[in-house]
Design a protein around this ligand. Structure first.
Ligand SMILES: *Cc1c(COP(=O)(O)O)cnc(C)c1O
Length: 354
């Protein structure tokens, strides 16, 4: 079964959503202008909405979350500086080393169980100022923690690592690809999570269901600098209101759906956690991501993913014999239930060697 098959239950990622008819209509009707000149009203509306949501002064529309991270790094650092983030973070492992290749920044990775590190670990990662060491300049944290299993930072812990980094003179960047999932899970507002961070962004193309886009926010001065990098990297657009309209539509119509995604993740966990073959890590999903592994001598993650795909369910093998399963707008509660049963039967069959 191909990934494009209409019958496929695609839990590979929450990037697999297709724009809904309502979203497509909003895009078709968008009022547009020249974004590069600051004249696209719909893009301006989207940036204002997201900045407001995050309690930041300003925002800039970018094609992707990856560019939000890269521009955040470029704006806060100079070549030769060092960035501190978790070892399973998107910046470290999934952005083609943009920090190194384009910003000239080295990364000091913290090892933590679910992407949630502590004050002590930040203290240890910050280098004493010297002539010979790279300068520790930027801390990045993910809310929620993607490849670490969709964990949600408790607000106090997030604030604590921010405070200690800032006390050492570092800037702080919040990779909020799924920040709105964190808020849906905890009830803490996105603005409370982002308060005091020097930059923060949300992705539109994950749980919000847009085809493209992300908004990077910070102070007005930060966004001015970010704009120059956007232009320089070729990320400045023209009638981007067609794309931004999807984001505005999603903020109006898709926030509630995040809660349903989380319920669906719990439902999958409810079915699979009863089977001892599945080892969940984190032990229970906190948002729309489940991560589990198997005893590798019994079930290989690749074989499990391949077995599920032949049964019409797509999951993602993410290395280290881990499977990541992500719920989203395009997977209903009943499809979720059916996918969970499929995963269970595939695992049982593999364990029996049939
Ligand atoms: C998806 C993701 C990104 C990158 O976003 P894109 O829009 O896919 O470029 C960055 N950080 C995290 C935590 C993500 O999950």
């Amino acid at each position: 079964m191909s990934a494009a098959s209409p019958d496929l239950i695609d839990l590979y990622s929450d990037t697999q959503t297709r724009p809904t008819p309502g979203m497509r209509a909003a895009m078709a009707q968008a009022v547009v202008g020249d974004e590069q000149s600051g004249d696209d009203p719909t893009t301006l509306e989207l940036c204002g909405r997201v900045a407001g949501l995050l309690g930041m002064e300003a925002g800039v529309f970018l094609p992707s979350g990856t560019m939000c991270n890269l521009i955040g790094i470029l704006t806060h650092t100079r070549p030769g500086d060092e960035l501190i983030c978790d070892h399973q973070s998107h910046i470290y492992g999934t952005e083609a080393a943009g920090a190194a290749a384009i910003a000239g920044v080295s990364i000091r990775a913290i090892i933590s169980p679910h992407g949630i590190f502590g004050v002590q670990q930040v203290e240890e990662a910050v280098r004493p100022v010297s002539r010979t060491a790279p300068r520790s300049r930027l801390l990045s944290a993910e809310q929620t923690t993607n490849f670490s299993g969709g964990a949600v930072w408790p607000l106090a812990e997030l604030q604590a690592v921010r405070d200690v980094a800032q006390q050492h003179g570092l800037k702080c960047h919040l990779d909020g690809a799924r920040l709105l999932n964190a808020s849906a899970a905890s009830g803490v507002s996105p603005a409370d999570y982002a308060a005091g961070w020097d930059s923060a962004w949300i992705d539109l193309s994950k749980g919000l269901g847009c085809p493209v886009g992300a908004v990077l926010c910070g102070s007005a001065a930060f966004v001015e600098d970010a704009w120059q990098w956007k232009y320089r990297l070729g990320g400045a657009m023209r009638q981007s209101g067609v794309l931004a309209a999807a984001g505005v539509y999603a903020l109006d119509h898709h926030l509630e759906g995040l809660r349903a995604d989380h319920e669906n993740a719990q439902a999958i966990w409810g079915v699979l956690s009863g089977c001892e073959l599945f080892q969940f890590d984190p032990p229970q999903p906190a948002s729309n991501i489940l991560r589990f592994t198997f005893d590798p001598s019994t079930i290989g993650a690749e074989a499990f993913a391949a077995g599920c795909l032949t049964q019409g369910v797509r999951v993602r093998s993410i290395g280290g014999n881990f499977i990541r399963v992500t719920t989203h707008l395009d997977v209903s509660a009943s499809e979720t239930e059916s996918a969970a049963q499929t995963m269970l039967s595939v695992a049982l069959a593999l364990a029996e060697g049939v």
